[in-house]
Ligand binder design. Sequence first.
Ligand SMILES: Cc1cc2nc3c(=O)[nH]c(=O)nc-3n(C[C@H](O)[C@H](O)[C@H](O)COP(=O)(O)OP(=O)(O)OC[C@H]3O[C@@H](n4cnc5c(N)ncnc54)[C@H](O)[C@@H]3O)c2cc1C
Length: 230
Amino acid sequence: MSTQHLNIPPENHVKVLDGQGWVGLIDHLGSETTIVNAARVSFGKIKNTMDERDVTLLKYLIENHHTSPLEHLVFTFSIHCPLFIRGQWHRHRTWSYNEISRRYTEIDLEFYTPGKLRKQAETNRQASVDSPDFEDASYREMIRKHNEESLALYNRLLDAGVCREQARGVLPQNMMVTFWGTVDLNNLLHFLFLRDSEHAQWEIRQYAKAIKQLIRPIIPHVAEYYGDKW
Ligand SMILES: Cc1cc2nc3c(=O)[nH]c(=O)nc-3n(C[C@H](O)[C@H](O)[C@H](O)COP(=O)(O)OP(=O)(O)OC[C@H]3O[C@@H](n4cnc5c(N)ncnc54)[C@H](O)[C@@H]3O)c2cc1C
């Protein structure tokens, strides 16, 4: 039996944030056929393949918010993202999560350095704006250095015998974390609606787009229903 470190992306993954983060599909249960079968349970009928009528039914279910059949299709993802994105992600309570613990391990610490800094939006306190002429190289270097210095302090505390659970408090929000998240299709579509939106932070939006790419082959007609929003 072999073991693999959680920070190594699974075979089926999409890189995001200039390759510093990724999201991988670990497993899934069910297919689009499962959804239409679940909808037909009411009539006591089950099929093994999808035909045109099933595709019409599938789109009808989404269109009319008949969502419970969508809950029979379940996905498990492995996500490698900055701590500040994990904070936003874990607000989605309908997912189940398990995460690498910094109480157990101090190895493989990684930090995110943005490839491009955006400016604060003036009209919306939650938003940012792209500024192509923003000379950000020196600020990105400061962030990289700050990450490095935080790690040095963390290691110094550990060397002095401070416990991991307290020493981790000096690690910045840019620290990369890895977690598993399991969710059914209905709640995943809700997540994708909220997080692949121009209202969402650019970084989490990249993860939402990557998830769309990963699951498209499993739910081609659902993706087709959403058209250019997918
Ligand atoms: C652009 C954006 C900005 C945001 N800004 C902020 C912010 O400034 N501050 C902040 O605190 N949060 C913020 N959030 C988080 C937001 O308030 C939600 O917590 C997050 O989007 C999860 O959404 P949700 O509750 O619908 O999802 P889930 O937790 O996955 O729930 C899915 C659905 O299940 C139902 N549900 C789940 N739990 C309950 C419950 N306990 N009671 C009743 N129904 C439930 C609801 O219908 C819910 O829509 C922001 C989110 C976005 C997308």
